[in-house]
Design a protein around this ligand. Sequence first.
Ligand SMILES: Cc1cc2nc3c(=O)[nH]c(=O)nc-3n(C[C@H](O)[C@H](O)[C@H](O)COP(=O)(O)OP(=O)(O)OC[C@H]3O[C@@H](n4cnc5c(N)ncnc54)[C@H](O)[C@@H]3O)c2cc1C
Length: 436
Amino acid sequence: MTTQFSPKPKTVIIGGGLAGLAAAYRLAGKDEVVIIEKEPEPGGMASSYSIKSTEFYHIEKYYHHIFASDKELISLINELGIGNKLEWLRGTTGYFFNGKIYPMNTPFEILKALPFMDVIRLTLLVMKAKTIKDRTAFDNITAKKWIIDTAGESVYNSFFEPLLSSKFGDNKEKVSAAWLLGRVQIRSNRGAKGEKLGYMRGGFYAIVEAMADSIRKKGGRIINGSVSNIEIKDGCVRGIVVEGKLIGCDRVISTVAPHVLKKIIDPHLPGLDLDISYQGTACALFGLKEALMDEVYWLNIKENVPFGAVIEHTNFIPLSDYGEHLVYVTSYFQNPDSPLWSLKDEEVIELYLKGLEKLFSGSREKVKWWRLRRDMDTAPVYEVGYGKKILQYRTKIKGLYLAGMFSEANYPERSMNGSILAGFKCADEVIKAPIK
Ligand SMILES: Cc1cc2nc3c(=O)[nH]c(=O)nc-3n(C[C@H](O)[C@H](O)[C@H](O)COP(=O)(O)OP(=O)(O)OC[C@H]3O[C@@H](n4cnc5c(N)ncnc54)[C@H](O)[C@@H]3O)c2cc1C
């Protein structure tokens, strides 16, 4: 510990996810910067498994892709010299209801799945959503009310309700229209044959690795450890505590979820309003002997099963990259009492396999191996009034900065791009206001 923290850092970044890595990437070389990450490897939500199966490969613990609007992320990928790995591929989608899969990529396919008048109303809603530039006023009404007022109950019930339900569970009726508008606007790279999504061939691992390399080359350090306290005295950051040892520093950038920050700092400090609710995710990855679906990459589900989506990664990225079929089965959950959080790994997998059997008979026999990743803090709940809860990069406490999924750059939807932008913006604030 003494050698790792010597020389004394000026800036400590808590968390080596994309926000922490981006802040360090901007600051390293200009400042003595140290990232402290509680997991053995950096990457946070965007980290990957190393799988040794037929082939050796990296694959994201949570399914990830890029949207055409992710400007900062795309330009960072090019700056890191790995732009040649970024490919734009068609991500086919489908809907499972009434016992079968309905492809939902082209207007014709959507017409087959929904009543004609609902498709017209849905199209008008999407067109209207795309024209709305300032979403602020929509932070105060629910997505449900806006959808029903704009397109009617039938469009809400047949199309949006199952999507909101799988994304926000019991919180679905609290979510703001501002979130929905942001979501619709992101998903605009849609041609006649469906949507194009970006993916790094070889995995997003390459971005995390290239950022970590660059930080280290510029003299920054990435240290494995869990921060248990941020020491504040007279309204000013003095240091952090890692494994019982106080490490002095001038500045702290915290990238952890607000409720985690509450545990490591005096929550009564003035100007710290850490009142953002998060939801968790339980995401299983299955290595399969055979494909599960014919063509569909992303399948939303409106059936009584304990997950909201099945994502067949190898219907998006060629099977030859992995030598086996890869399928994510995933669900968000709203609180720690959920069985998806309280059950053992094997029990969650059993729940998921039983659900899969209901949709695809014989799926259990196809499974070669599985992994399960679960986290409590995987996305803020973008409820009505969320816009006012966004945390600023620079706090009222001297030397304390915040960047992450709770930042403005991640509103109205958290993303890799948002966390990278948040890290950059926060580093710019640090550079603007150095403590002598
Ligand atoms: C299921 C799922 C699917 C997603 N799909 C996409 C997608 O397709 N496209 C997209 O752009 N984005 C996607 N995202 C979102 C994206 O992954 C995140 O927005 C982004 O990675 C968050 O980065 P972050 O640094 O803000 O937070 P995090 O990645 O959560 O980083 C915070 C870090 O802090 C560490 N930490 C916590 N407590 C401590 C402590 N006490 N001491 C030290 N370290 C600590 C954690 O281990 C973690 O590494 C997805 C996320 C999930 C969960």
